[in-house]
Design a protein around this ligand. Structure first.
Ligand SMILES: C[S@@+](CC[C@H](N)C(=O)[O-])C[C@H]1O[C@@H](n2cnc3c(N)ncnc32)[C@H](O)[C@@H]1O
Length: 239
């Protein structure tokens, strides 16, 4: 299994903001106070949208404690801190955490590992796509167990890639899925490709897991980031 933690340690050290949102304006050499404010604003916009969606479908949870798994520099965690009593950001990249702590409000803390804490809201956006699924499924199982009864979920996973992402690797390929072990072409069998660090998950396994952990009612939003298709799943654990 590829050591993706080493990739993120390097990215967090060198280009923490660009590592989160790959826009040249967020490179260390280019970032201005205005661009930084824009960066934080993307987080507020996203989290307000997610909270709105969860509240509309599953009811209020505004005084919750929240966990942002794969928090990066805290783009989303800070926004969660504005909505919740307390927010925790968890990341394996030391450089990301240094930057996150530099901008941390009083009710937001950043950690590299958890004890036995549980939470009222689990959020993870554009993170599992970078973790080999064999490891990702285990991590997700643990995280879902940490959601308190009645707690909320906003979880992004990637599922497949289309030709706009793949054709530079394999000119005849139109759509496929990379789970870290095997590349499966949806059009015809092309064998293994390998070398890509944008992983795809199996939705059946994810739903089996969310269901086993008590999320019986989910809302699913389709995402497409440059040809990497996935979903954000919103739900609330049964009481
Ligand atoms: C693209 S960034 C997204 C950051 C944040 N979720 C956001 O949307 O602003 C992906 C983050 O996931 C973190 N990450 C990758 N693998 C991880 C793991 N196994 N455990 C925790 N964090 C991880 C990386 O260090 C990086 O900060």
């Amino acid at each position: 299994m590829k050591d993706t933690d080493a990739d993120w340690a390097m990215l967090g050290e060198g280009e923490p903001f660009f590592g989160v949102l790959s826009d040249p304006r967020f490179l260390r050499a280019n970032i201005t106070p205005a661009a930084l404010e824009e960066f934080w604003q993307t987080g507020r916009n996203e989290m307000h949208g997610y909270r709105q969606l969860i509240q509309t479908h599953f009811g209020d949870f505004s005084d919750a404690s929240a966990l942002d798994f794969g928090c990066g520099v805290g783009r989303l965690t800070r926004a969660m801190g504005e909505m919740c009593r307390q927010a925790t950001g968890l990341d394996i990249s030391p450089g990301m955490l240094v930057e996150a702590r530099r901008h941390a409000p009083a009710n937001v803390n950043y950690v590299s590992e958890l004890g036995d804490e549980t939470f009222d809201w689990l959020n993870s956006i554009i993170v599992f796509q970078h973790i080999p699924p064999q490891r990702g499924y285990r991590l997700l199982d643990d995280l879902l167990a940490r959601v308190n009864p009645g707690g909320a979920l906003s979880l992004h996973v990637t599922l497949f890639k289309d030709e706009s992402f793949l054709t530079h690797l394999w000119p005849t390929l139109r759509r496929g899925q990379w789970d870290g072990d095997r590349f499966v072409s949806f059009d015809h069998d092309q064998g293994d490709v390998g070398g890509m660090e944008m992983y795809d998950y199996d939705m059946s396994r994810i739903i089996e897991m969310t269901s086993r952990h008590g999320f019986h009612n989910l809302i699913i939003q389709h995402t497409n980031h440059g040809g990497c298709h996935g979903v954000i799943m919103f739900g609330r654990k049964g009481r």
